[in-house]
Design a protein around this ligand. Structure first.
Ligand SMILES: C[S@@+](CC[C@H](N)C(=O)[O-])C[C@H]1O[C@@H](n2cnc3c(N)ncnc32)[C@H](O)[C@@H]1O
Length: 252
């Protein structure tokens, strides 16, 4: 049975999230720093600039942004346990402030033009409840960003369905844990993501599953909506791993 995104993270994904990324958050943060350096540049000067990480998870991009020299990094997420984990990773990085909130309501609480940049990466966009929810993030980001402020998105385009065994995706395996994902293309708007985690214990292997809906957004649709919400798209490409990378500037 499919559950709400928040429940899926609480039940299954949050405790396994950093393991799923490879198990070493500092290593992941370094790769994200290299990517963000290319996509975003950096703050005008060290210790300056406010940036929001929308759907920050355990902090891969938040830590990168702090290390790039942003003075204030708002790490926003709906999952309290991931934010707690992020706070532990961020010790010694005073720029980081965690915010337990939905992306839109957190952005709405900021002053107009308060942000130099915002990032929404690693498929967070596809976790929003519907297309109107995605547009609400663009609208709220356009208001919260300063003129010329940048919005960085990374996401998969799941608009084309997969069939048969192509829908089974190995995520990660180690000696004691195996994670597999099964995609069920439910309708034109959503794909049901079934996460399956096998974990080895003293008594043998245990098996946990949980499912949640993800949005099927075409990359062209994302670009069109950004333009409608007052952004100019400066960069739009697909990585070798299939992730779309879109950078938009808030028009003056
Ligand atoms: C796929 S993870 C990406 C985490 C991180 N950006 C990364 O790349 O590792 C999506 C994150 O978005 C959070 N999330 C989902 N819906 C959200 C919303 N409406 N507002 C804020 N965070 C949300 C989830 O709790 C989860 O931590």
């Amino acid at each position: 049975m499919s559950v709400r995104v928040e429940d899926h993270y609480r039940r299954l994904l949050a405790p396994n999230y950093t393991w799923m990324l490879g198990g070493d958050i500092e290593h992941t943060a370094r790769t994200q720093r290299a990517l963000l350096g290319t996509l975003l540049g950096g703050p005008a000067s060290l210790g300056s600039g406010t940036v929001a990480d929308l759907g920050c998870g355990s902090g891969a991009q938040t830590l990168a942004l702090a290390d790039m020299g942003y003075g204030h990094v708002l790490a926003i997420d709906t999952d309290g346990s991931l934010l707690e984990e992020l706070r532990a990773h961020a010790r010694g990085r005073p720029a980081v402030e965690t915010v337990h909130d939905h992306a839109v309501s957190a952005l709405d609480k900021l002053a107009t033009g308060a942000l130099d940049a915002a990032v929404c990466m690693g498929d967070t966009l596809l976790h929003l409840p519907d297309r109107a929810g995605v547009e609400a993030v663009f609208e709220a980001a356009a208001r919260a960003l300063c003129s010329g402020g940048r919005l960085v998105l990374t996401y998969r385009d799941l608009s084309r369905p997969l069939y048969g065994t192509d829908r089974a995706i190995p995520v990660r395996s180690t000696d004691d844990q195996i994670m597999t994902c099964f995609l069920d293309f439910a309708d034109e708007d959503t794909v049901e993501v079934h996460d399956i985690v096998h974990t080895r214990s003293a008594d043998g292997w245990t098996f946990a599953t949980s499912s949640y809906p993800k949005l099927r957004l075409a990359a062209d649709w994302v670009v069109e909506r950004l333009v409608e919400h007052g952004f100019t798209v400066a960069h739009h490409d697909q990585s070798d791993s299939g992730l779309w990378r879109t950078v938009a500037h808030r028009s003056a």
